[in-house]
Design a protein around this ligand. Structure first.
Ligand SMILES: Nc1ncnc2c1ncn2[C@@H]1O[C@H](COP(=O)(O)OP(=O)(O)OP(=O)(O)O)[C@@H](O)[C@H]1O
Ligand SMILES: [Mg+2]
Length: 427
């Protein structure tokens, strides 16, 4: 069976009314996220699945032709390329509004790699999920393009354009100014609201499965929006505790229990959220290949600096230059620890995480926290190098970190995607 057999091209006119569908109901469950047959693949009392909801809402999406998107991007000109991920390249482009009257609209166009059925699966999952969601912290899908030709399949997605790129760029790329503390908190709070909505507020539960900094895009006001729903799946149904699935995601973010068993739950996203919380505090990636061995794995490294210890301040991102509340930072670390507990069911649900973040954001930055930061960093530096004078130790430590970061930035490239693809054990 050819990869594109699963896709039934339904476009009969240029009007943006059609939506991709699956010719084979059995393949439905594969694509929308459950291993159950399509009509039992529903996570709600209403009994409707993502696919059912999508059938209803897909009309809101615009269907583009390939020539239209070629024109929009000057034939996918590499000067207009704004990013590249594991699934394809992203271009900045301009499209005409449907009525043709208003100004052209700036959009981001993702052209998926030609990798047959896998590519189609990711594309379809993204179209289906994004057509049924509506939330200020989720990226808006404007439309799509699909073409099954002799030279293979083409799948494209057209999104609202996010001018401030991703949180990944602002946290880890030294070409960008350091992201201030309050902005970090606002961004992560918005991201928590986005996940809580997917998990708890929709008629079906959606598990995101690839939560990480590069999938948190930032609009003109630095409001975060989650993007990349190609790996998302429908949550467990009919009182089941998990979905049994192949393991996919990104190294450094995927929950260990999920990697081990293939059992996916919304709390797998909670784990990834905990990892990102530590990235926000430290300005370090979850996996840093160029760091000394003991510091390569962020979660192992931060364990040496517990949230309640005097040493805690040592993990904080030196680019913050002490402009943060240590009290708030400790609470964030504790919240992260609760997201990172071994047993998935003991991790908090995302609405609770969001609630706690809302409280933490209100802790003022000024006053005692900065003083406390300096003291604790001093103490810690003294622990590490007791031959140095106390007050110099902290700044030495910070200087070393900044130099290390500068060195690391030379190695930063956009292709850190490691897809884990293991066959999972079935229930
Ligand atoms: N809607 C958008 N508006 C503006 N820039 C975008 C948009 N979508 C993606 N980008 C840019 O393109 C980059 C690549 O995105 P993409 O999702 O393809 O890969 P990634 O997130 O870096 O990696 P992965 O494939 O592992 O998710 C993003 O980091 C972002 O900078
Ligand atoms: Mg992405």
């Amino acid at each position: 069976m050819k990869c594109f057999y699963y896709f039934k091209h339904k476009i009969r006119s240029k009007a943006p009314t059609s939506a991709p569908e699956l010719s084979n109901p059995a393949s439905n469950s594969d694509i929308t996220g459950s291993n159950l047959p399509a009509n039992s693949s529903c996570s709600t009392v209403s009994g409707r699945s993502i696919n059912d909801l999508y059938e209803e809402k897909s009309r809101n999406l615009r269907v583009f032709s390939l020539p239209e998107l070629r024109r929009a991007t000057s034939d996918f000109n590499r000067l207009l390329k704004i990013g590249e991920g594991g699934f394809g390249s992203v271009y900045k482009g301009t499209i005409k509004p449907v009525d043709g009257t208003a100004e052209p609209v700036v959009v981001a166009i993702k052209k998926l790699n030609n990798d047959g059925y896998q590519g189609h699966k990711h594309w379809l999952a993204e179209v289906q999920v994004l057509s049924i969601v509506e939330h200020p912290n989720l990226v808006k899908l404007i439309g799509y393009c699909t073409l099954d030709g002799e030279r293979g399949i083409q799948r494209l997605l057209v999104y609202e354009y996010m001018p401030n790129r991703s949180l990944d760029d602002h946290l880890f790329n030294l070409a960008y100014p350091a992201l201030p503390w309050q902005k970090r908190l606002q961004i992560i709070y918005g991201a928590a609201l986005g996940l809580a909505y997917l998990h708890e507020e929709l008629e079906v539960q959606v598990i995101f499965r690839d939560f990480k900094t590069s999938n948190i895009l930032l609009d003109e006001d630095f409001q975060p929006k989650l993007s990349d729903f190609g790996l998302s799946r429908e949550g467990p149904t009919h009182g089941r505790t998990h979905v049994s699935t192949a393991v996919v995601g990104t190294h450094g973010y995927a929950a260990p229990d999920y990697i081990e068993t293939g059992h996916l739950t919304a709390r797998s996203d909670t784990w990834s959220f905990g990892v990102v919380l530590y990235e926000i505090l430290t300005g370090r990636r979850s996996v840093e290949r160029n760091h000394p061995r003991t510091e390569r794995n962020l979660l192992d490294w931060v364990k040496q600096f517990p949230a309640d210890s005097k040493r805690f301040g040592m993990i904080m991102d030196p680019r913050l230059e002490n402009e943060y509340s240590l009290t708030a930072a400790r609470r964030i670390a504790k919240l992260a620890d609760s997201c990172l507990v071994k047993s998935a069911k003991d991790r908090p649900k995302m609405s609770l995480v969001a609630e706690q973040l809302k409280e933490i954001i209100q802790i003022p930055d000024n006053g005692s926290p900065n003083t406390e930061t300096t003291d604790s960093v001093d103490n810690e530096a003294a622990d590490f190098n007791d031959k140095k004078p106390k007050q110099n130790a902290a700044s030495e430590q910070l200087k070393r970190r900044v130099a290390q970061l500068a060195k690391l930035s030379e190695h930063v490239d956009g292709k850190r995607k490691f897809l884990i693809m293991q066959r999972a054990k079935e229930i």
